[in-house]
Ligand binder design. Structure first.
Ligand code: DSN
Length: 403
């Protein structure tokens, strides 16, 4: 490489990744094919529009790539065209979610500026989503995100005692608030979601059901977590978490919503698609349909369960008491008996174990120094770790945190 400064930093990052234990629940290690395609000549190409309908010339190859990626995405989740369509252009998860709302929910909320008359509610525009503090994502309608400024969030959380979703409560909330769209999905909820119950709740108020399966997409593809597709109208997902692809996102939708969503992605919220990224997504999706990926997905969950049960045995409190996925929320603060999430994360990092600090339901501390940490097993499972390694890892974590 001619740029020695960047080369040096790339080498340093590669070494850092090699030497640490990576328990970031939203990260993974992609294959060498995915990496190769990301660094290919496809990055030179502009192709605003969709296959067969572009604003630039020279698309004979990239049209095939985008169409192949779409076909592989449907195949990976056992979906049939034309009942389902997939948009493979979203640059990442947040723009994907914004595009869905833009397509399907009229803007709403309260105007924050201007004369008092303009401060009235300017539209319904309600999105019912899990609050950030209970494991939802910023783009599920949080006030600091554009999704909470243009639309109005109807937030929901987990049950205080059980720390799992209470579907009866969700049903009552939906009936009271009448959201246009309900988002089922999370970034920090360790349990299975009952997609069918969400469908029934959405139907009871005539809402669209969108599932954001970003965290569990790889587990769904590998048959290790229930598929939301029989129940959802729209499914968004990032590709780079358990699905083990490049940083990118997909929007699957039932045919009746597909044209609106395509328009909301381009030209609604994005310009030219990143074709190197789309080709790399295609590679990852083909990898996710191989039998080895099924084995991988099941092992990810087995590893998370092994890590969780050993941590529990050692006296740690896990939010909801355990996990059904790749993800564990560890309450390190334990009502002041333990460590703050930041202290825990810093101590682990100093010992070469990378996690992220995380709020726990009913958080009493600040998001910058919350009560817990989030652990995930997707990346270390890619490296071949098994249950016995997880038991040892839990013991290592315990020692570091109790020091
Ligand atoms: N930041 C991602 C996560 O870590 O879960 C979600 O966007």
């Amino acid at each position: 490489m001619k740029d020695k400064q960047i080369e040096k930093l790339l080498t340093a990052e590669k070494r850092r990744q090699q030497k640490v234990v990576n328990l970031i629940a939203s990260e993974n290690f992609v294959s060498s094919d995915v990496l190769k395609v990301l660094g290919s000549e496809l990055t030179n190409k502009y192709a605003e529009g969709y296959p067969g309908a572009r604003y630039y010339g020279g698309n004979e190859v990239v049209d095939q790539i985008e169409s192949l990626c779409q076909a592989r995405a449907l195949k990976a989740f056992k979906l049939k065209s034309p009942k389902w369509r997939v948009n493979v252009q979203p640059l990442s998860g947040s723009p994907a979610n914004v595009a869905v709302y833009l397509a399907l929910v009229p803007p709403g909320g309260t105007a924050s500026q201007g004369p008092a008359s303009a401060k009235a509610t300017v539209g319904r525009g309600k999105i019912m989503g899990m609050s950030l503090a209970h494991g939802g994502h910023l783009t599920h309608g949080h006030k600091v995100s554009i999704t909470g400024k243009v639309w109005q969030q109807v937030p929901f959380g987990v049950d205080e005692k059980t720390e799992v979703l209470d579907y009866e409560h969700l049903s009552r909330l939906a009936k009271k608030e009448k959201p246009q769209l309900i988002v089922a999905g999370f970034t920090a909820y360790p349990r299975r979601i009952n997609w069918q119950k969400f469908r029934a709740i959405a139907d009871s108020v005539g809402a669209i059901l969108m599932v954001d399966m970003s965290h569990v997409a790889g587990l769904v593809a590998g048959g290790a977590y229930p598929s939301p597709f029989p129940y959802a109208d729209v499914v968004t997902t990032t590709v780079h978490k358990t699905l083990r692809g490049p940083r990118a996102a997909l929007i699957f939708s039932r045919l009746e919503y597909a044209d609106k969503i395509d328009k909301a992605v381009f030209p609604g919220t994005q310009g030219g698609p990143h074709l190197n990224q789309i080709a790399a997504v295609a590679v990852a999706l083909a990898e996710a349909t191989r039998p080895e990926f099924k084995t991988y997905a099941k092992q990810v969950v087995r590893n998370a369960k092994a890590l969780a049960s050993e941590l529990k045995r050692l006296g740690w409190r896990l939010v909801s008491g355990g996990t059904d996925s790749h993800l564990i929320l560890l309450d390190t603060w334990m009502g002041g008996q333990g460590l703050s999430g930041k202290e825990a994360s810093d101590r682990l990092e100093a010992a070469g174990i990378i996690v992220n600090k995380n709020t726990v339901p009913g958080e009493t501390r600040s998001p910058m120094d919350p009560s817990g940490i989030r652990l995930g097993t997707a990346a270390e499972t890619t490296r071949g770790k098994k249950e016995a390694d997880m038991v040892k890892l839990a013991q290592r974590i315990d020692k570091i945190l109790k020091k």
